[in-house]
Write a protein that binds this ligand. Sequence first.
Ligand code: ADP
Ligand code: ASP
Ligand code: MG
Length: 406
Amino acid sequence: MALYVYKFGGTSVGTVERIKAVAEKVKKSQDAGDQIVVVVSAMSGETNRLVGLAKEMQPQPTDRELDVLLSTGEQVTIALLSMALHNLGCEARSYTGAQVRILTDSAHTKARIREIDEANMRADLDAGRVVVVAGFQGVDEHGNITTLGRGGSDTTGVALAAALKADECHIYTDVDGVYTTDPRVVPKARRLDRITFEEMLEMASLGSKVLQIRSVEFAGKYNVKLRVLSSFMEGNGTLITYEESEMERALISGIAFNRDEAKLTLTGVPDLPGVASKILGPIAAENIEVDMIVQNISENGTTDFTFTVNRNDFTRAKNVLEGLRSELGGSTTLIGDNSIVKVSIVGVGMRSHAGIASTMFKTLADEGINIQMISTSEIKISVVVDEKYLELAVRSLHKAFGLDQD
Ligand code: ADP
Ligand code: ASP
Ligand code: MG
């Protein structure tokens, strides 16, 4: 008898009919003798709808109330799925995050899981029940409802699998695995049978929304066997694994991109010790995360300083910098651009091969795409380009690195 955690995303539970199909799938596994914990997302579009309602009510609602609101989406799905299972004669019980006691910190809208009490789930499983848990939510030590950030149901799934020492965690979604890049942007993208944790972490952190990054971190840390599969078709999907050796050795495993980027530049900044911290200190104090940073060599004692932030933080970051300009002195000017994107190539094969960067840059140059910023690590190269070039950049790189399907 094996214990599985199945997580179904928004599209997979998007209608009553689809929830019924999920119930059939779960019932089939249970009939085969397995113990099943199911984690579900809100029905597709629901979380966005709730965010929209909140914004209609208040431009800046408090994060605590946002969490109370957003957590309702998943509560609907757990109840409906349990009813669908009951229809099939399957004993099932639904639980919110707080009921399972998925204890998190108090960082509303981006809480981290601290502890999971698996006793209740275990008792249900031992009594032959299917356990249905709301994804994306938890409770802090004071009893406040928290949420885990967009895409957080993936993390709930993996965290429950870790707590229960499940044999495998299956992330069922609307694609049949992890692809070399988003198959919606590159129809010639290929499904990977396996991908390493290291590469999946990079892909997730660089914008591939197929798995929330924290779910990959969790799986890596607690050795959870993690697989991404389709809710709608049969297949083995993609296994996230530590085993590098068995993999077909490609230089580049995948291409990730992030549309939620914005860039801010201060020109004519006096080139003195402490300037970077004078600029980025107040940005950090506003809780704005900075991604890439570039400072040019100085000319006449002044320099240009550029960094990127999430597009949602663009206006706030701009306001902080406006306030700083006079303090920095000189003839500092501020330029903002919120129509940029980041495109990244990822692969552990990069470690042992030179010339990857030049292939990347030449490919983009041949398409007439200007690179605005570059950053590299051992297993990735990221560039910032104008958003109008996103599709062209991803497709041409996909082809240039031999990733296209025949
Ligand atoms: P769910 O609602 O099931 O959590 P998501 O929309 O969060 O599903 O994630 C699945 C989507 O991720 C796919 O529909 C696809 O468009 C996108 N995606 C981005 N990059 C990749 C990739 N490398 N491989 C597969 N899917 C990807
Ligand atoms: N419903 C949440 C979201 O849309 C969590 C999830 O689906 O993973 O982000
Ligand atoms: Mg998701």
